[in-house]
Design a protein around this ligand. Structure first.
Ligand code: SF4
Length: 436
């Protein structure tokens, strides 16, 4: 069977698509480009915003047009929340955001039935109840695209209920992969040659909450570091309220952890945070930043921000701008609020106009750009361990541990970590010399 996979959304979806691909190729099937005569086309959908739902539908329609005779399989968060819509797009297999190996079985079965009988029109619509999922689905993903950075999913689901988010409904309660298995997976990825492992999940700060206090996120990171000493570890998004001094200190004792931390901040104003249903205050996020910088001097701290949340006044927004400026984040992802139908936030009064959302996002991006350039300048003269990924025109590029993008003259360094002395900033990135 020849198959293609199209993945939308987050690192967890990417990890799961890699696991589906690995399972299918392990069964002797081969990856094929869309339009090259695929027997099966898989779309791993996303539903984090209305826009990602639209793009998911678009992908299904496009593949159905390109590969009319193929088995079209739709899975992921959009299919989990809107199975009827996914089926009405003409999908043959509709599965949710779990049961990935059942998906592989169903695709194989339908393709085989169609091979034997081209007129076969059977369908499999089997979307489990996300809220009843209690077991973490163990998958061997992570090994996709290049050999530099691998993803390692250690947690699924979410027990928070932020006002703008549908993910808990799509992914169910929080579930964790026990630390010893995190270690084993990290060892597998490092053994396969990956030099960086990104520890990811839906909400990794709640890792271990389902273990009855048996273990926590720092235990998982410690286990990964122990079993993959050759690779460096990078943490996915953190809940600001969970980043305490103790947590930062525990991380600082773990060898090979990249000094880069991403906070899912969303706002720097308490009133807005309360309206969002985010159970921490701006002061908690500020102490998280201080704790991380205290244990990891020179670290990169990046953050997400939603601009133009319903009810956010000009005053609240400028409070947020002041807050992020004080935190001096090294890079930021800024999202204009996008109402997700079915969420509390979508039903809130005082929805902002598109212009206000755009203007606030632009203001935040301008400030974020200044902070990123300042961060790049602050690294001049410093030495950084850069994992090189690309090479062009005799110049190699990669990321330092603190997530600064670094360019250096020289080639043949792909997937190698080299000590680089930063000689100058180039906008939000930097230039340096290997060895220095
Ligand atoms: S933490 Fe909030 S935004 Fe993130 S997945 Fe959970 S409910 Fe959604």
């Amino acid at each position: 069977m020849r198959f293609c996979i199209e993945t939308l959304g987050c690192k967890v979806n990417q990890f799961e698509s890699q696991a589906v691909e690995a399972a299918l190729t392990a069964r002797g099937h081969s990856v094929c480009a869309p339009g090259d005569g695929c027997d099966a086309c898989i779309v791993n959908t996303c539903s984090v915003t209305a826009e990602s739902g639209r793009k998911s539908r678009q992908a299904v329609r496009r593949l159905k047009r390109m590969e009319g005779g193929a088995v079209i399989a739709v899975c992921g968060c959009y299919a989990q929340l809107s199975p009827g819509d996914a089926a009405s797009l003409g999908a043959d297999v509709v599965m949710g955001a779990g049961d990935r190996m059942k998906l592989v079985d169903a695709i194989e079965r339908l393709c085989e039935a169609r091979r034997k009988n081209p007129g076969e029109t059977g369908r499999v619509i089997d979307v489990g109840d996300a809220s009843s999922r209690r077991e973490f689905e163990k998958l061997s993903g992570g090994s996709g695209g290049g050999r530099t950075r691998a993803l390692l999913k250690i947690q699924d689901g979410c027990d928070n209920h932020c006002a703008y988010c549908v993910i808990p409904r799509a992914r169910g309660r929080g579930r964790s992969l026990p630390p010893d298995e995190v270690g084993a997976q990290a060892g597998r990825l490092s053994g396969a040659g990956y030099r960086e492992i990104v520890i990811t999940g839906i909400e990794i700060s709640s890792y271990g909450n389902d273990s009855g206090g048996g273990y926590s996120l720092s235990d998982a990171v410690r286990a990964a570091a122990a079993d993959a000493p050759e690779a460096r570890l990078r943490l996915g998004s953190l809940w600001p309220g969970a980043v305490t001094r103790e947590f930062a200190r525990a991380l600082a004792e773990i060898p090979g952890l990249c000094p880069h931390f991403h906070l899912s901040l969303q706002s720097g104003c308490d009133k807005t945070l309360r309206r969002m249903g985010r159970r921490y205050a701006a002061a908690d996020a500020a102490s998280a930043v201080r704790a991380l910088r205290g244990e990891f001097p020179g670290c990169g701290i990046t953050a997400d921000l939603i601009a133009g949340f319903p009810g956010e006044t000009d005053g609240e927004f400028s409070e947020t701008l002041d807050f992020i400026e004080k935190c001096a984040f090294s890079r930021m992802h800024i999202f204009p609020f996008s109402a997700r139908p079915g969420t509390a936030a979508a039903a809130m009064p005082d929805q902002q106009t598109r212009d206000v959302k755009r203007a606030r996002a632009a203001a935040a991006r301008a400030l974020a750009g200044c902070m990123s350039r300042e961060f790049a300048r602050s690294n001049v003269g410093a030495a950084a361990d850069v994992l090189f990924e690309t090479e062009s025109g005799g110049v190699s590029a990669g990321y330092a541990g603190n997530y600064l993008r670094v360019y250096a003259p020289g080639g043949g360094m792909r997937n190698l970590t080299r000590r680089v002395v930063i000689t100058r900033a180039i906008g939000e990135d930097a230039f340096g010399v290997v060895g220095g």
